[in-house]
Design a protein around this ligand. Sequence first.
Ligand code: NDP
Length: 329
Amino acid sequence: MFKALVIEKDDAGYRAAVKAVDEAALPVVEGGVTINVAYSTVNYKDGLAITGKSPVVRKFPLHAGIDFAGTVSASDDARFKPGDAVLLNGFGVGETHSGGLAQKARVKADWLLPLPAGLSARQAMAIGTAGYTAMLCVLALEKHGVAPGAGDVLVTGAAGGVGSIAVALLSKLGFRVVASTGRPAEAEFLKGLGAAEVIAREELSAPGKPLGKERWAGVVDSVGSHTLANACATTRYGGTVAACGLAQGMDFPGSVAPFILRGITLCGIDSVMAPMARRAEAWARLARDLDLAKLDALTTEVGLEGALTAGPEILAGRVRGRLVVDVNR
Ligand code: NDP
């Protein structure tokens, strides 16, 4: 038996609870790999899964958790052997396949990455899907020519998981980072991560004009809706916006003006089905470019019960930085 955060949906309704489950509850995966999970995390999507606020989980019962790091305990695939340290993000794990908020997981070998050199399992999950997505955003900005010295880079939802790691990464890389937050009390936290300036969420979150004063060389947006539209409208000529989230909303109430008059680029960022080569690049860069002291400063550790109570908290925007889950605590 092992412990898991189990999501169930039946005649009695939708519910999540930490339970003891039998190993037979793990998915049958031909040629798969079984992992003793060490750490998982609570991402925004895990909050949706735990609360049932959006139909993220599409198979029941299911162990929640869209990411994990741990050690291989059994493998039917030649690429992995018992004792190997591995991590996983996405691929529908925690949505349609039992995931990482559990002491054991069984997954396809194709979904696993070796734990990057230089990162412990705890550090990899303190980064987690949110941090890896932040890195995908940074890579997109770089690939579109946004370089340190080009001008200010805006990070929205800055005190959240994606946002706080984006702030830490971009400042370490030499960018001047402007952090947008709805929590003014977190200004010092954000400056500690490397933000040069902190602005109020309200500057960007209300309906705006098709074009505004040119401010940003690049943007990492985890918020969507009017914030994303206003970020595009205030991006400088030729600048790039990386859009990865929807904390404000899934809508995009903007105009084509920034695209056809200022030649800006809007890059969509998906972490779930990103190809392995891009994942490996992102994790290698995280191991190289993220200040681990800053990672520690933005991380809070909880156990499986703490993950359960964190579900509604992350959706309410009340989680600061990252929540790492010690599933054996
Ligand atoms: P968090 O909850 O940790 O961060 C989201 C932040 O957004 C909050 O901390 C808050 O920051 C801000 N925010 C919350 N509500 C609102 C609102 N109504 N209006 C404006 N800002 C708001 O979540 P994560 O960092 O884990 O995820 C962020 C987003 O990115 C989510 O939408 C998630 O689904 C998405 N995501 C997408 C991925 C992909 O593959 N594309 C992968 C990972 C995440 P503050 O208090 O500083 O304003």
